[in-house]
Write a protein that binds this ligand. Sequence first.
Ligand SMILES: Cc1ncc(C[n+]2csc(CCOP(=O)(O)OP(=O)(O)O)c2C)c(N)n1
Ligand SMILES: CC(=O)[C@@H](O)[C@H](O)COP(=O)(O)O
Ligand SMILES: [Mg+2]
Length: 643
Amino acid sequence: MTAPKTPLLDTVDMPADLRKLDKSQLRQLADELRDEMISAVGSTGGHLGSGLGVVELTTAIHYVFNTPDDRLIWDVGHQAYPHKILTGRRDRIRTLRQGGGLSGFTKRTESEYDPFGAAHSSTSISAALGFAVANKLNDTPGKGIAVIGDGAMSAGMAYEAMNNAEQAGNRLVVILNDNDMSIAPPVGGLSAYLARMVSSSEYLGLRSLASKLVKKMSRRVHNSLGKAEEFTRGMVTGGTLFEELGFYYVGPIDGHNLDHLIPVLENVRDAEDGPVLVHVVTKKGKGYAPAEDSADKYHGVPKFDVVTGEKAKSAAGPPAYQNVFGETLAKLADNDPRICAITAAMPSGTGVDKFAAAHPTRAFDVGIAEQHGVTFAAGLAAQGMRPFAAIYSTFLQRAYDQVVHDVAIQNLPVRFAIDRAGLVGADGATHAGSFDITYLASLPNFVVMAAADEAELVHMTYTAAEHDSGPIALRYPRGNGVGVDLPETPILLEIGKGRVVREGSKVALLSLGTRLAEAQKAADQLEAKGLSTTVADLRFAKPLDTDLIARLMRDHEVVVTVEEAAIGGLGAHVLTYASDEGLTDAGLKIRTLRLPDRFQDQDAPDKQYDEAGLNAPQIVETVLKALRHNTAGDDQRVEEARA
Ligand SMILES: Cc1ncc(C[n+]2csc(CCOP(=O)(O)OP(=O)(O)O)c2C)c(N)n1
Ligand SMILES: CC(=O)[C@@H](O)[C@H](O)COP(=O)(O)O
Ligand SMILES: [Mg+2]
């Protein structure tokens, strides 16, 4: 694929270069920026539609505002690729989301133009408010500018921030980028409200616009607006929700028309009062037909052919875990009217779309609102339903108090289907599902399971559905299963019981989750070295199968736990149990393999697991080291005895 011709963009490395251009050149610059972004994402894959929708907005913001002193915060950060290109990172844009490359989100360590890291949504207004207030207190120049999407606006955090924003005065600017899309079509009353605001807005002549604005904004703003005769699409002001929260509301305006955007943003920049919310209407996927025409607007794409839009096909293989979950749950719900499914704006990512296709009245997309989703599920459970809250591990972090306070303390049978458990590849540290075992298995009343393969996921989904005595979680990773046959009839697993998949005598590998495949490979390699190895799939991080663990500890010389989870997970529970029971007193060697105590950047998943030390060679090395340590210890003890 040849790179697009970008003569004007080639002259712009930083926003300072952009600001030297004449306004009349900005249209061409935006077109070239869009071409460059399409070309780059075609070669890397990544988030495409959202960035395409903010090409003009990105250009206008950097043209009008004094970034980086004005602190620009992109909500989620998945739309920030054009921003990266304009802020000195064009030379690395084709490394996006790859090992050692640019992050797919904003990241403080990457550039001074990324004042705040993101990837989870709806944090931008709070962060921008923090910058704004700090600058105000220190009498330092610079506003806080948050660009937040309509989907991200469904999260409570955005309102918590707006409720508190008045103190920033004119230092805070919120740009609501309304493309009427989340990853899936947006849901709920707020989305309908925004749609009504957009569809009912008039095209105002300047006079009526000015007379409306004079009531709302300072005279200075009003006067300078008088210069923008060409600005025809209305700045409509009304008794909006945002005004009730203390913002000057400006909009809706056409986010692809630079002749509208630039004067409006200039006025907002110069406004003496504030805070201001600018409602910008854009199109997700704008300017690239295959994206505009697709149902998901090319939210996230693999590599693709720029000319045809054809996406690289992944090799046919086992089904994705999320689909196994969604289809299994849909089948179970055929015979159980109490089962329902909840997703927080991730219907296809969690497989809840499969469930929704079969049981539309029992599938709930609550929007980006994980906290509400969990407590909503708690209410359903308390009323006798069997709710499955299907939430990515990383996003469930946001609802931790709801998990503890609304679910665990009340011992309510909410089923947590925790997708993207473990490392996730290109999305990197912000999306890794590292902590759920730690934060769930420490809670009284909780049952925590991890599926070793897609058949186990079927059994665990069924087991969770039938578990009415308290909260239960099942975790499984991003990606496809390992290729085992799916069972016709699911098995009801005994709570807190694991299984031995291979019996040996010297080394025992206690696996939880999909590292089981690596544990099996490691066992082959250990056997080849003459070390007889047991492999157990514990299935449950809580309650532990203490009978099995005690037996394996008594009968083996080395015991190694293996899990795709952070410190404080299975390994910690096994060690605690072993020391409580005195099982380590006789010199048993226990080692715990888990994710490292650092945030791992994006890379291919297998490389990430290598770096984490959770692939077969590292399991083998851990066992050998434990045995060598034994020998060294013995030698030393012999020496000491001799002395
Ligand atoms: C807390 C949280 N939940 C879910 C997600 C997954 N997610 C990423 S982008 C997105 C859609 C955001 O929609 P919007 O803010 O309108 O931005 P757009 O993609 O339309 O530009 C979702 C649900 C997330 N990043 N953070
Ligand atoms: C930006 C964001 O949070 C999502 O788009 C996320 O990248 C999706 O991840 P999956 O591809 O694992 O569904
Ligand atoms: Mg949107």
